[in-house]
Structure formats: C-alpha cells, structure tokens
Design a protein around this ligand. Structure first.
Ligand code: GLP
Length: 262
C-alpha cells in the first residue's frame, strides 16, 4: 500500500494545470492511476488519512475527490471495508429467443452465480399481479426478489410474482426459481418480454454498485406453462453497462413468401 500511495502522490504532484483546485488534481491522478493499471479493478485505495498525509492536503479535499470518483462509477465504497476501484464488468450477450433462466445463462458462460435475497414472502396481490396472474382480489401471491450476482458482480435485480397455487412456499426457491418450478412441473415453456430503457434510482443503483442515474434495461417477463396459464410475472432491472440483448431476425413478409418461406 505504501508503494501505491507513493505512486499516486508522484503522479499527483505533476497532475493537471497549476490553477486547478486540489481535489480536481487528486481526482485526475487517481483516474490516471486506474487508466494506466497502477491500481486495478478490485484494488483498495489507500485510506483517506494516508492520502492526505502523503499528498500533504486536507482530508476534506481527499474526501471530495473520492466522492466525485464514486459518483462517476470509477471507485466504489463498501461500508466498513473502504474504497476500491470498481470492478470492470464483462458485457453479457443474452439471446432474446431462448427461454432460459439466469442461472442457466450464466452457467453456460462459465460464470459463478449467486443471489442475495431482497424479499421472499406471501402478500396480497397488487392490481398488476391480479390482472397478469389472473387472480381474484382475495388471492395471495408469492414474491421472490433477488439481487443476481455473476462472478461477484451484481448484474440484475429481479422481482418475481407467482400465484400461491404455483409456488405455495417462496422459501422453497434456493438458487434457481426455474429449478424450483421444474420440480413441481410448472417450468414455463413460453414467455413474452417487454424491454424498456430507464435510469437507476438511488436504491437500485446502490444494489447494482453503479452511480445513481446510470442506464438500465427494465424487462418484464410474463411466462406461460404448456396449458397456456400464466406462471410467472417478473420485473427485472439489468445493468445497462453489462447486458447486450441479441435477437435473430429472419426475412418475413412478401420477400420470404416469394422464396417459399413461411
Ligand atoms: C431470468 C428471467 C426471469 C426469471 C429468471 C429465473 O433472469 N429474466 O424472469 O425469473 O431468469 O432464473 P433462476 O432460475 O436462475 O432463478
């Protein structure tokens, strides 16, 4: 850490035009250190105190520079453990034509998957849930809300609602919702997804470890079992910097018909 602090302060002395405020100079020298790989994704930054002493500036100035870098997503702060260079996310390419689960998608890419529970319980159905799941106002829903994490990077927040008849006990879901549904013969065979762009609010941004206001892809999936009954209504929020959705398109309309295609 002493070496790292020294490197930071060396570049700090030379950084930026002379007239720039100290916190701007410090911010630039940290940005340079990240850009040139002197501090790498996941590395801890020296403590606020070490930087202040080493660079001979006040802790308030250090805090201001660090706060700017946290807001721009270059650094992240973990409560109680310090400030780190934000992990670089590998973009994930997701097919839009396969009905797969998060666990299967990530496993196929050799990524390790885990989830943090945000909520798991039985609730009175909201008007949306009643309409989509075809429930009466007296019926209850099972809600399963998780932060989905692949290779230690939080990628999505998923809030799923299912009728209690489909999922009587939300705590029966361990790592995969689809695996739990498979066990009871309720795995969906078809789904309709609606994707829209949005900007993350404070709370969701904190969970996904990106600055508030970052781009996200919001996806609503309504899935059906083979009888045509709706089995799942899930609202997912995917990090915009981590996901590419890919759809295969085939020629349709008059040109395809002329070629004898359906
Ligand atoms: C995807 C879908 C969700 C679905 C989930 C199931 O991420 N967007 O609608 O609920 O997969 O994943 P798992 O079986 O890993 O819980």
């Amino acid at each position: 850490m002493a070496d790292l602090a020294e490197t930071l302060f060396q570049s700090f002395k030379g950084a930026g035009p002379n007239g720039a405020p100290l916190y701007v100079k410090l911010r630039r020298s940290i940005e340079d250190a990240v850009e040139h790989g002197i501090i790498r994704p996941g590395d801890a930054l020296p403590s606020e105190r070490d930087i202040a002493v080493g660079a001979d500036i006040s802790r308030v100035t250090v805090r201001k520079a660090v706060q700017h870098l946290v807001r721009s997503g270059i650094l992240i702060q973990r409560h109680g453990s310090g400030t780190f260079v934000a992990p670089r996310v590998e973009r994930v390419e997701q097919s839009l034509s396969l009905l797969t689960s998060f666990t299967e998608d990530m496993a196929r890419r050799g990524m390790t998957v885990r989830s943090e529970w945000l909520d798991r319980g039985i609730y009175p159905a909201s008007p949306d849930e009643m309409m989509i799941l075809g429930l009466s106002s007296k019926e209850l829903v099972s809600r399963v809300s998780r932060l989905r994490i692949a290779n230690d990077t939080p990628l999505a927040i998923e809030r799923a609602s299912l009728s209690v008849a489909t999922l009587p006990d939300p705590s029966a879901v361990n790592s995969s919702l689809y695996a739990a549904l498979d066990e009871t013969g309720n795995r969906p065979v078809r789904a309709v997804q609606r994707i829209s762009a949005a900007n993350l609010g404070e709370a969701d941004a904190r969970l996904l470890q990106v600055p508030a206001g970052s781009a996200s892809l919001n996806i609503e999936r309504i899935s059906y079992v083979s009888t045509g009954k709706v089995v799942e209504f899930t609202r997912s929020i995917y990090r915009g910097d981590a996901y590419d959705f890919v759809a295969e398109l085939r020629m349709g309309g008059p040109a395809a018909r002329a070629e004898g295609k359906p």
